[in-house]
Design a protein around this ligand. Structure first.
Ligand code: AR6
Length: 183
């Protein structure tokens, strides 16, 4: 599904984010930025060992050795990926007693888009952040993602945002939510 929003394009598709050719792809990482399973593992594997080195450097130089906080984002090169950049963000874990999980998930999308704009990028691909290992309910995550991206595109001349879903079920859920947000 493809829609035009204020001169920008928003596309929902099924696929593997590591194959996307947008300027940047977004990684659903964890605060350590050391790789992991799911989409994080796939991105590190496809980008090559240089990505891990770049992430270590970001931890040291930009984060003073601390973890990347939930909802925040940082950017690295894409190395062996088709995408020139990877924007790493950390989604909220559903089964924790942290408050404002919805706001923190929205921040992932907002801050990734902000960092893309700040770096002069005009296309970006997102995975379904937090809905795998982090167990955020897909229905609610899709609603938050679609609302946050649509609000951003209504306010910015950006270019193209792609939501890359890994299952047909997720694709259907995101499509339904997008239609609702656009009504
Ligand atoms: N392309 C697109 N989507 C994918 C791909 C892919 N190649 N692989 C998986 N997905 P998850 P989280 C989907 O668990 O919930 C990692 O270990 C997947 O089906 O990757 O934010 C990190 O290091 C699901 O719909 O991310 C963290 O520790 C979505 O991507 C933790 O998992 C997100 O699932 C982050 O958990």
């Amino acid at each position: 599904m493809k829609v035009s929003i204020h001169g920008n394009e928003l596309e929902l598709k099924m696929g593997d984010i590591t194959k996307q050719t947008t300027d940047a792809i977004v990684n659903a990482a964890n605060g350590l930025l050391m790789g992991g399973g799911g989409v994080d593992g796939a991105i590190h594997e496809a980008a090559g060992a240089e990505l891990l080195e770049a992430c270590k450097q970001i931890r040291q130089e930009q984060l003073n050795g601390e973890y990347l906080a939930v909802g925040e984002a940082v950017i690295s090169k894409g190395y062996h990926l088709s995408a020139k950049y990877v924007i790493h963000t950390v989604g909220p874990i559903w089964y924790t007693d942290v408050e404002n999980k919805e706001m923190l998930l929205a921040n992932c999308y907002k801050n990734a888009l902000k960092i893309a704009v700040d770096n002069g990028l005009s296309s970006i691909s997102f995975p379904s952040i937090s809905t795998g290992v982090y167990r955020f309910p897909v229905d609610l995550a899709a609603e938050i993602a679609m609302k946050t991206i649509v609000d951003f595109l209504r306010d910015h001349a950006f270019g193209k945002v792609v939501m890359t879903l890994f299952s047909e079920e997720d694709y259907k859920i995101y499509t339904t939510k997008l239609k609702r947000v656009l009504q």
